[in-house]
Design a protein around this ligand. Structure first.
Ligand SMILES: C[S@@+](CC[C@H](N)C(=O)[O-])C[C@H]1O[C@@H](n2cnc3c(N)ncnc32)[C@H](O)[C@@H]1O
Length: 257
């Protein structure tokens, strides 16, 4: 099985995926509603995690539709709904049912994938002629102005470590050109950034993630205990407000149809 840095066997991964569902599903659903989805449609979500979005999609396409949810690792896929079908698979292996879906979507997946152009090509090739594609990925632009300076320093170390792991935390801004380059039409998008404070759900997401990866981060030499400690202290302080990720949502239509 190909490697994925925050893999499902990290202790807190189930809880992190649940937090992502809670924090990101409302935005994801809003973008899909804007694209339009009718009963009877066939949807594909790649990198479905716990499957919360695909369960919602299954509800939106009933009666007569189907929602296929693909992930490298389905061990944390715990959603259930009529018309929802989980499939273990790697998007780098090829399109999922070429031309088979009216909507193809992936969220917070491409930044982890080794060959991003191949993944985008396979996602586009999975959409039916005239079908929609919606990608949502992070762009860490806001951390460049994070306060106080110790937090900015922490993110710099985090980004250096991530690059070494093959993660592209700036892929958000590259999505429009990637889709247009595959012939997708009407490409457009927006980015939105949560403002959060210490003790909030987002702060808890980062606290859990960083605490669990702490030994690996320190061993990499990209971050030291002092910098990690300073960041974790901010995450517990309700008076600290910050921004981290610009979630970039880009959509378009596949030619034909
Ligand atoms: C950060 S999680 C995001 C999960 C979910 N999309 C969300 O936003 O809550 C990334 C997911 O992508 C999956 N993944 C990573 N590389 C993949 C690949 N090449 N093909 C299919 N799934 C992949 C991982 O197993 C993981 O479940």
């Amino acid at each position: 099985m190909p490697e994925y840095t925050l893999d499902h066997h990290l202790e807190g991964e189930r809880q992190r995926l649940a937090l992502m569902s809670r924090l990101l599903d409302p935005m994801h659903r809003r973008h899909i509603e804007r694209l339009g989805l009718r009963p009877g449609a066939r949807t594909l979500e790649v990198g479905c995690g716990n499957g919360s979005m695909s369960a919602w999609l299954a509800g939106r396409v009933t009666p007569g539709g189907r929602a296929v949810a693909v992930d490298l690792d389905l061990s944390l896929a715990d959603a259930d709904a009529p018309g929802l079908e989980f499939r273990q698979g790697d998007i780098l292996a090829g399109p999922v049912e070429p031309g088979g879906f009216d909507l193809v979507t992936a969220r917070a997946v491409l930044h982890h994938v080794a060959d991003r152009p191949a993944a985008v090509a396979n996602l586009v090739a999975s959409a039916a002629p005239g079908g929609s594609i919606l990608l949502i990925e992070p762009d860490f632009l806001p951390v460049s102005v994070a306060e106080p300076p110790q937090v900015r320093e922490f993110w710099q170390g985090w980004l250096a470590w991530s690059r070494e792991q093959g993660i592209d935390y700036f892929v958000g801004r590259r999505l429009p050109a990637m889709l247009a380059g595959r012939g997708v039409r009407d490409v457009g998008g927006t980015a939105e950034t949560a403002l959060y404070n210490g003790g909030s759900a987002w702060a808890e997401y980062w606290r859990q993630t960083v605490a669990e990866l702490r030994p690996r981060l320190v061993a990499s030499g990209k971050l030291d205990d002092r910098s990690i400690g300073a960041f974790l202290a901010q995450c517990a302080d309700p008076a600290w407000w910050t921004q981290t990720i610009a979630f970039t949502a880009v959509a378009g239509h596949v030619p034909g149809g």
